[in-house]
Design a protein around this ligand. Structure first.
Ligand code: SF4
Length: 381
């Protein structure tokens, strides 16, 4: 494979602590015990970034995403030190999108203003539901009113705000899910991410599963979510992402378009392209181990046979799919080499294509795993 040009470059920063671990959460998040080592962690993040610099020389960052965990547990001063340190080491595009994830119960107006002054220009709030009973069932630390206050405070300081919402919750009826998504659609935010709750291994819910709505009820909720948000003027652009025109998340779009990203922080991973190879890197997951480990990078070259699946895993999440040329630009492989798989997906009614776009059909969107399996076969060979 050979790339004619390198893709856009983003930066993901992982802050791994939360007030309490939610029973459904399989992210690399750890219940905080006492104070957080903010200064030491920011210093380590910047060392981590420095260790990546030789692989991205001369490139500029198009976006930064500070995720977790609960990054809003860090003070605005620490976020300022982090972003100043990033800028001193890697140039940012002048209009770079800089997102910070925040959880209700850990933010108030002054804190949001501080994040804004530090250079953050987009906030993503983990609301999950506006129903106190659902929030308790999810083990969240906040109630519905705290979520509403957090949204109001975020909108006072930022134009660009996302709220995360979940449906298919324990004991949730369609009417309850509708009330949640309707409130989200009227909250004044330009972006909503709506996820179906899934039970993941290594979570409390995995060992003690709650009673969830059945498959058909959850599928109906998904259609209802899409309908309510469409009526409210949100464009559905990725499996779980909905945005008002012009407000799509550029950082996440870069993942879905198989762009490059550096990952720094405990458990963070990244993908970097070179003219003749594409590599992945990953950091130690435990915060204490990460803080003490050296920052030498272990890069794994992605075998070219795995690239089609990796590309499709991301790009086919996009409702509008991708332009055919993007596949070659990002993987260095020709689309002609995938004709058998594309034809199989066509025959199954999972994919549609013309000279401008290759996109999942509605059936392909709703049975995305079946569509992806078509491309997995080659990676396994
Ligand atoms: S707040 Fe988010 S990251 Fe933290 S434990 Fe809950 S779901 Fe996981």
């Amino acid at each position: 494979m050979r790339l004619s040009a390198l893709p856009p470059l983003a930066l993901y920063v992982h802050i791994p602590w939360c007030v309490r671990k939610c029973p459904y959460c399989d992210f690399n998040s750890h219940e905080r015990a006492g104070g957080l080592p903010e200064n030491a962690y920011v210093e380590k993040l910047l060392l981590d970034l420095e260790s990546h610099l030789p692989s991205v020389w001369g490139r500029r960052l198009t976006s930064v995403f500070i995720g977790g965990g609960t990054p809003s547990l860090f003070s605005p001063e620490s976020i300022d030190a982090l972003l100043s340190g990033v800028r001193a080491r890697l140039p940012l595009e002048p209009d770079a999108e800089i997102t910070l994830e925040a959880n209700p119960g850990t933010v108030e107006a002054a804190r949001f203003r501080g994040f804004r002054q530090a250079g953050v220009n987009r906030i993503s709030i983990g609301v999950q539901s506006f129903d106190d009973g659902m929030l308790r069932a999810l083990g969240r630390i906040h109630g519905a009113d705290e979520a509403r206050r957090a949204i109001e405070a975020a909108l006072a300081a930022f134009d660009n705000v996302n709220i995360d919402l979940m449906y298919g919750l324990p004991g949730q009826s369609e009417a309850m899910a509708r009330a949640d998504i309707t409130e989200a659609s009227r909250a004044g935010v330009p972006h909503v991410s709506a996820y179906q709750l899934t039970i993941e291994p290594n979570t409390v819910f995995w060992s003690k599963p709650p009673a969830l709505p059945d498959h058909d009820a959850s599928a109906d909720m998904q259609l209802m979510v899409e309908e309510v948000l469409a009526q409210a003027g949100f464009q559905h652009y990725e499996t779980s992402a909905f945005a008002k025109p012009g407000m799509r998340c550029r950082h996440n779009l870069n993942y879905w378009e198989f762009g490059d990203y550096l990952g720094i922080g405990a458990g963070a991973h990244g993908k970097i392209s070179f003219p003749d190879r594409i590599t992945r890197h990953e950091r130690a997951k435990q915060p204490a181990v990460y803080l003490e480990s050296d920052s030498s990078i272990e890069n794994r070259v992605i075998p070219p046979a795995e690239l089609p699946f990796e590309f499709m895993l991301n790009a086919l999440r996009l409702v509008d799919g991708f332009p055919p040329m993007l596949f070659q630009e990002r993987t260095g492989l020709t689309l002609a080499s995938l004709q058998t798989e594309l034809a199989r997906a066509d025959t199954k009614g999972l994919l549609e294509r013309d000279w401008q776009r290759i996109r999942p059909t509605e059936r392909g969107r709703h049975f995305l795993n079946e569509l992806l399996e078509v491309f997995l076969v080659r990676a396994a060979q």
